[in-house]
Design a protein. Structure first.
Length: 163
């Protein structure tokens, strides 16, 4: 799986580069974290191996542009909700998919307020699903302020964190 994530690599993959990589026999698809729908739209339009949305906040929009699915950080904490969005979309229930996605957007925004995977690991450790939220340097744990925001969200939300 090729992975376009300019925010971590410092450079964006061009559409021509993505096409060339996707033509390789040992590459099965692309995870698009480019920050827009341009890549997925163009690749799907011209025929391509599967493109998965990787920007959680663009998941619904990327499905609308032809993404084959998503590879989302949020799905580590809210897998059932991410699957529900995908299944509703694929079955043609676009309004339901969008409604479910919009319900998930507040937690998506919180989970990306600080560098990942720190917020995800903190949530998983709080839910007892992993032993520790410890990260390797140079990454550090999330701030106390974000811990409080995430805890408050979980307490007030009707969406249950399950993993």
């Amino acid at each position: 799986m090729a992975y376009d994530i300019p925010s971590r690599t410092g450079t964006a993959m061009t559409i021509d580069t993505a096409r060339t990589i996707l033509e390789m026999n040992n590459v099965v698809g692309l995870k698009d974290c480019s920050g827009s729908t341009k890549m997925v739209t163009e690749l799907v339009r011209t025929g391509s191996k599967p493109v998965l949305g990787g920007d959680d906040s663009l998941f619904y929009e990327m499905l609308s542009c032809g993404a084959a699915g998503g590879m989302l950080a949020t799905a580590n904490v809210y897998p059932a909700e991410c699957v529900r969005i995908y299944e509703a979309f694929k079955s043609g229930q676009l309004d339901l998919a969008k409604e479910n996605f919009e319900q998930l957007l507040p937690i998506i925004r919180l989970l990306f307020k600080e560098s990942n995977p720190a917020p995800i690991k903190w949530m998983l450790s709080q839910n007892g699903l992993i032993a520790s939220d410890t990260l390797r340097l140079p990454m550090t744990s999330i701030s106390t302020a974000l811990q409080e925001e995430l805890s408050s969200y979980v307490q007030d939300s009707t969406i249950e964190a399950t993993a």
